[in-house]
Design a protein around this ligand. Structure first.
Ligand SMILES: [Fe+2]
Length: 289
């Protein structure tokens, strides 16, 4: 039996898992407790995992479902392609990892028919200042909206449009080819999604990719989306994780959004290993009255 306990990180979002050694195999009941806590709190923190190897990281992540192959294979570990490296470090004139990390709130791969379920993110090196990860609980946000707005949003679908976002945000990058565009057509997802583990509704929007609500034009939608997101990103729904080497956070894309905070990329080192767990088609199920 695996012994561990939970401690809240903030009132609405995040739990620290105390006493868990991620190198050890998880039994079914431990896995179920972690899955439930993740669903309820959107993010789990495990500290002190300095000895965790890529192989153990992958084995732990697989307890929650199959893993995605990242599209940027050149930034994955050659020996363990399930591990995506996020880093600003340059070695022999080449970046060892993906060095961006979106500075705007999003949930991963939300523009695909089956957005990813979540990630297990392991810190190997981090700067003293900056480089935090901020996470917003979208189920807490949903609960705090007015009944009228909850009702309206739960009837709506939001159109996630990767190409639209790319063309407005990356004017400096090469244009997408027709073939690339065809791989990511706009997709409508429910603006409120039901969490498959705990059945709770969560708002499903983000600061990038969401172009409009179905049935409304872009302009009208953008005003409304900005207004909702200004409310969503207030501190009461947010946990900002200040990294230490050996920390692991697990986030749940089904009821949260996250972003990377800036840091001194020219003079400090940040190196993280990430696995990405596959997800399923988002759905909304109204609760029986
Ligand atoms: Fe992300």
């Amino acid at each position: 039996m695996t012994e561990f306990s939970f401690k809240s990180l903030t009132e609405n979002v995040g739990s620290e898992v105390m006493g868990l050694d991620m190198r050890q195999p998880l039994d079914d009941s431990a896995r179920d407790r972690l899955e439930r806590e993740l669903a309820d709190r959107s993010v789990l923190l495990v500290r002190g995992q300095t000895e965790l190897t890529p192989k153990q990281h992958i084995a732990f992540s697989r307890c929650f479902g199959p893993l995605e192959d990242h599209v940027l294979q050149n930034f994955c570990l050659p020996s363990h392609p399930e591990i995506f490296v996020v880093s600003n470090i340059v070695e022999n004139g080449k970046h060892i990892g993906a060095y961006g990390g979106s500075k705007e709130y999003h949930s991963d791969l939300a523009y695909l028919p089956e957005p990813s379920m979540g990630s297990v993110f392991h810190c190997l090196e981090c700067p003293e200042e900056g480089g935090e990860t901020a996470i917003v609980s979208m189920s807490a946000v949903y609960e705090a909206l007015s009944a009228q707005r909850r009702g309206w949003l739960s009837q709506k679908r939001a159109v996630f449009d990767y190409v639209w976002q790319y063309e407005r945000a990356h004017r400096d990058r090469p244009a997408l080819t027709d073939e690339q565009k065809e791989r990511v057509p706009p997709i409508g997802h429910p603006a409120v999604r039901t969490h498959p583990v705990n059945g709770k509704p969560a708002l499903f929007l983000s600061e990038i990719w969401v172009r409009r609500f179905e049935g409304l034009d872009d302009e009208e939608s953008q005003v409304m989306i900005r207004d909702i997101l200004d409310f969503a990103t207030s501190p009461e729904f947010t946990y900002v994780h200040k990294w230490r080497p050996g920390d692991v956070i697990i986030w749940d894309n089904r009821n949260s959004m996250h972003k990377a905070c800036p840091f001194d990329e020219a003079n400090t080192r940040r190196r993280m290993h990430r696995t990405t767990i596959k997800g399923s088609v988002p759905f909304f199920q109204a609760k029986a009255a």
